[in-house]
Design a protein around this ligand. Structure first.
Ligand code: PMV
Length: 312
C-alpha cells in the first residue's frame, strides 16, 4: 500500500480579489490533512481502478464514475501523466480531516493527496509543479475560474504570496504569529460565492475593481509587515479586509457573529477566510487571548475550532 498526505490551507488576505489578478497571501494548515491510499487489487482485471471516498458517498469503478466527479478526474489525469503501462488493478481510497466546503482547502488537499499516492505507487512520483497543475485542473470543476492559490499553497506547503498567472513566491515570516480558526455551521461551496462576486463585478465593474484594488493593497501591506516581523499590525488589516469582503457580499450573519465574538474576546483582528458565505473565520490572537477566543467561537456556534502558528 502507498499512503500520501496533503495539508489544508488558510487564506490570510486577498480571497476573491485574487481571481481578478490581485495578490493574496495563504499559508498551509498542517494539523489537518487529507490522505490518499493506493493498494493493488490482485483479483480484479488489470487497469481497473476502484475509487472510494466515504465522506462524499463515493464508491465506484473509475470507468463507471460520473464524468465530472473531481476524484475521478484527479485519478484520470494522474494516470495519463505517469503514462502507466499495463498497471495492475488498484484501489484508491481517500479520507480527510479537513471539513468540506469550509474554505480550508479540502478539495485541493484531497486532489494532491491522491496525485501523490497514485504516482508514487506506480513508481513515478511527480514533481511539485506537476502535482499543483493537475490539482488546478480539478479545481476548475469546483468553480470555473480558480485563481490557483489553493492548489499552490497546499502542494508547496509553504506560506505564499500569490498572483494569478505568475510563479508563486514564498516569503520569510519575520516573527511567528498565531491564528484562531472557527468553522461556522454553514458549509458553503466555493462556486456559489465566486459566482456572487462575478455577478456583482459584471453589474458594476468599476466599484468591484476598486474593491479588488483595495484588497490587493492590503495583501501587499500584509506581506511587508509579516516579513519585517510586526505581525501585530496584521489585526487592523484583517478588519479592513473583512469590511471589503462584506462589501463584496460574501460574508454572512453566522460569519459576522464569529468575527464579532473573536474581537470582543481580545483578538487583534478577524475576518472570514476562503470563499465565504459560510465556512471559516480567522482571528489574530496571542497566547494570552487564544483560549478566550476559541471559547467565544464555540458560544457563537462554531462547529470546530483550532489554533495554528504561522511560521516558516
Ligand atoms: O476554496 P476556498 O473556499 O478557500 O476559496 C478559494 C478562494 C477564492 O479566492 C474565493 C477563489 C479562488 O480561486 O482563489
Amino acid at each position: 500500500m502507498t499512503t500520501a498526505h496533503a495539508p489544508g490551507k488558510i487564506i490570510l488576505f486577498g480571497e476573491h480579489a485574487v481571481v481578478y489578478g490581485r495578490p493574496a497571501i495563504a499559508v498551509p494548515l498542517l494539523q489537518l490533512q487529507a490522505t490518499g491510499e493506493v493498494t493493488d487489487l490482485s483479483d480484479s482485471p488489470r487497469g481497473n481502478v476502484w475509487l472510494q471516498a466515504s465522506a462524499v458517498d463515493l464508491s465506484c469503478w473509475l470507468h463507471e464514475c460520473p464524468t465530472h466527479n473531481p476524484l475521478a478526474k484527479v485519478v484520470r489525469l494522474t494516470l495519463a501523466e505517469v503514462r502507466a503501462v499495463d498497471p495492475p488493478a488498484l484501489s484508491v481510497r481517500v479520507t480527510s480531516q479537513i471539513p468540506i466546503a469550509s474554505g480550508l482547502g479540502s478539495g485541493a488537499a484531497v486532489s494532491v493527496a491522491v496525485i501523490r499516492a497514485l504516482s508514487e505507487h506506480l513508481g513515478s512520483p511527480l514533481p511539485l509543479e506537476r502535482q499543483s497543475s493537475i490539482a488546478f485542473e480539478v479545481e476548475r470543476l469546483h468553480h470555473g475560474t480558480p485563481s490557483g492559490v489553493d492548489n499552490t499553497v497546499i502542494t508547496f506547503s509553504q506560506p505564499v504570496y500569490f498572483v494569478r498567472g505568475t510563479p508563486p513566491e514564498s516569503f520569510k515570516i519575520g516573527r511567528r504569529f498565531e491564528l484562531a480558526i472557527g468553522v461556522s455551521d454553514m458549509p458553503a461551496p466555493t462556486a456559489v460565492a465566486v459566482s456572487t462576486v462575478r455577478q456583482g463585478w459584471l453589474t458594476d465593474p468599476e466599484r468591484y475593481d476598486d474593491l479588488f484594488d483595495a484588497i490587493g493593497h492590503i495583501s501587499e501591506q500584509a506581506r511587508r509587515v509579516i516579513h519585517s516581523g510586526q505581525p501585530e499590525a496584521l489585526g487592523p488589516l484583517m478588519d479592513e479586509n473583512q469590511d471589503l469582503l462584506e462589501e463584496l457580499g460574501v460574508s454572512s450573519s453566522a460569519l459576522r457573529e464569529l468575527i464579532l465574538a473573536a474581537r470582543a474576546s481580545g483578538a487583534l483582528g478577524a475576518k472570514l477566510s476562503g470563499a465565504g458565505l459560510g465556512g471559516n473565520v480567522i482571528a489574530l490572537v496571542t497566547p494570552e487571548t487564544r483560549e478566550r477566543v476559541l471559547r467565544a467561537y464555540e458560544s457563537a456556534g462554531a462547529i470546530m475550532t483550532m489554533h495554528t502558528q504561522v511560521r516558516n
